[in-house]
Ligand binder design. Structure first.
Ligand code: ADP
Length: 540
């Protein structure tokens, strides 16, 4: 009877402490730039992380405790990204745009022991402090603002705290983790349907996610890159870009709180950013200003969180020679599961075919498995690019459950995560999202994809932003309605938009109405808040 044979390699754990050690040893000279002109080396950052480790001990923050951040993308936030997990505590990054109710719910649910908060964000969270008695310490992070700091014994100042703490331990004693399965981070899902749920990452899942996204041919971060995560560090680990950049030894540019296009594009130009990531609404806001900046250093733009309309990606390709590459993911997937773009088999493709390939959400990262199943029967569907089913995902950086939630229906009996996305997979492994199950429009027994309609409408040059939702209809059940924001100077009318999309979609997909608005409502992570639109359509 043949026996399986064990390998004889070292079972060394995969930990974030190693990322810190590597940055200190190999990349101490590389820079972290924060908006406002602050420029520190990884060597200096690592020194601060050592002092932060001592400070957390002095505050009596136990191992395994949740340490929250309520902060924009900055060098101090990066120090917490490294120092909190590397000392066996758990980094809980909180979305700064949550309502007070959700905020108080998740801080209480996570049992946060300490909250590190940007000075300028104090007004958004301090009013909740008395309803959060479990938080023993509030530490203020300087952010260039002069927001008044309340006189309260619970409050301390980050720079004072770490300045007072010379690091005297040894790196090994302070940062060595024996177990890669320890929790490293905690992020809550947005809670657009029901209560927010916590996704508890481990050191192992975080490192593997990093290596998966670092792989050449995907994002392929390398030492010569200058990486700008515009996607917030409070949103799903900023797509792994901060840890990935530190691991690769790339320079990091952290843009602070401002989403002003001139600020972001100015940083890209001045720092010669090579790789940047943002949600499509941010890319759309930068698009009209691309020609005002010299962006020749840029080699890769990542867009995700919601579908990147082909017209938007093409605008970037035309202006700076770099399209926006899709990344598909979820908070539950650390968050990246698939990355788009063309491969060698597309070398001879026509321009139109290439646009269609780029519109796909891409191929799964190494170690990630995708399948689509029939929503009703749960049967797996063929990978033929035609069959539409619910997308399910499995892999070593995919959640297997939620923090302190028992028996959640989000997981299948064989342990796959149900994504709530409807998609096709083709024979080459390309994933194409059709819609979120809850955003699909049901009209007369047939489905209409809001994503496809949005892509068609946004290809009109006068359209800056568009959201399509289903409006209740007595005859058809639902009919599509498009909410449109026009570009400055455009006077496009509903008839003009209808004419524009008529050749692109089936006749019965044409929206019943176009509603023109000055802005569209957004969720905390910058996605279109379709629930808000659906509510107003129901009332109207
Ligand atoms: P939420 O949007 O609920 O806050 P996430 O940020 O985790 O939570 O979003 C996950 C969802 O975002 C996915 O299930 C999918 O519907 C959508 N999404 C993410 N990336 C893409 C993409 N590249 N294209 C289209 N939809 C995307």
């Amino acid at each position: 009877m043949p026996r399986e044979l064990d390998g004889l390699m070292q079972p060394r754990p995969l930990t974030i402490a190693h990322v810190l050690e590597r940055a200190e040893r190999l990349f101490a000279h590389k820079h972290v730039v924060t908006a406002g002109g602050e420029r520190l080396t990884y060597g200096e950052v690592a020194g601060n992380v050592r002092r932060l480790a001592t400070a957390l001990d002095s505050l009596g923050v136990p191992v395994g405790a949740r340490v929250a951040t309520f902060a924009s993308n900055s060098r101090r936030h990066l120090e917490l990204y490294l120092g909190v997990p590397a000392t066996k505590r758990v980094l809980h990054s909180i979305n700064i745009r949550l309502s007070a109710e959700h905020l108080e719910y998740i801080v209480t649910h996570a049992e946060d022991d300490v909250v590190f908060v940007d000075r300028g964000l104090l007004p958004r969270i301090w009013p909740s402090a008395d309803r959060l008695p479990g938080v023993r310490h509030w530490v203020v992070l300087p952010d260039g603002t002069d927001e008044p700091i309340p006189a309260d014994p619970r409050i301390s100042h980050y720079d004072d705290l770490i300045a007072a703490e010379p690091f005297e331990g040894s790196f090994e004693d302070t940062f060595t983790l024996a177990d890669e399965h320890l929790a490293s981070g905690l992020c809550y899902t947005s809670g657009t349907t029901g209560r927010p749920k916590g996704v508890l990452y481990s050191h192992r899942s975080t490192i593997l996610h990093c290596l998966g996204t670092l792989a050449a041919g995907l994002i392929g971060l390398c030492e010569s890159d200058v990486v700008l995560p515009i996607v917030p560090m409070f949103h799903a680990n900023a797509w792994g870009l901060p840890y990935g950049a530190v691991m690769a030894g790339a320079s990091l540019v952290l843009p602070g709180a401002s989403a002003d296009p001139a600020h972001l594009l100015g940083l890209m130009e001045a720092e010669r950013v090579t790789v940047a990531g943002a949600v499509p609404t941010v890319w759309a806001s930068l698009a009209p200003h691309l020609h005002d900046h010299e962006l020749s250093a840029t080699r890769f733009l990542l867009g995700g969180g919601s579908a990147v309309a082909p017209a938007l990606s093409e605008t970037y390709r035309a202006a700076i020679g770099v399209p926006i590459t899709h990344s598909w993911g979820m908070t539950e997937i650390s968050p990246v599961g698939a990355i788009g773009g063309t491969r060698t088999q597309h070398r001879d493709a026509t321009d139109d075919e290439l646009v269609a390939v780029r519109a796909a959400q891409g191929q799964p990262l190494p170690l990630v498995n995708l399948r689509i199943v029939d929503v009703e029967t749960g049967r797996e569907l063929p990978r033929d690019g035609q069959a539409v089913g619910e997308l399910q995902v499995a892999g070593p950086w995919v959640a297997g459950g939620y923090f302190r939630v028992a028996g959640d229906g989000s997981f299948t009996g064989d342990g796959w995560l149900r994504t709530g996305d409807l998609a096709t997979l083709d024979a080459e492994g390309y994933l194409r999202l059709v819609d979120r199950m809850k955003d699909l429009i049901k009209s007369g027994g047939e489905w209409i994809s809001s994503v496809e309609l949005e892509a068609a409408i946004s290809s009109h040059p006068g359209v800056a932003e568009v959201a399509v939702i289903g409006r209740p209809d007595p005859r058809w059940m639902e009919r599509p309605v498009a909410y449109v924001v026009l570009r400055d100077g455009s006077a496009a009318t509903a008839d003009e938009l209808l004419d524009h999309i008529t050749p692109m979609v089936a006749k019965w997909w044409l929206p019943d109405d176009f509603v023109f608005l000055p802005t569209l409502p957004k969720t905390g992570t910058g996605k279109l808040a379709k629930n808000t639109l659906r509510d107003s359509a129901r009332i109207a």
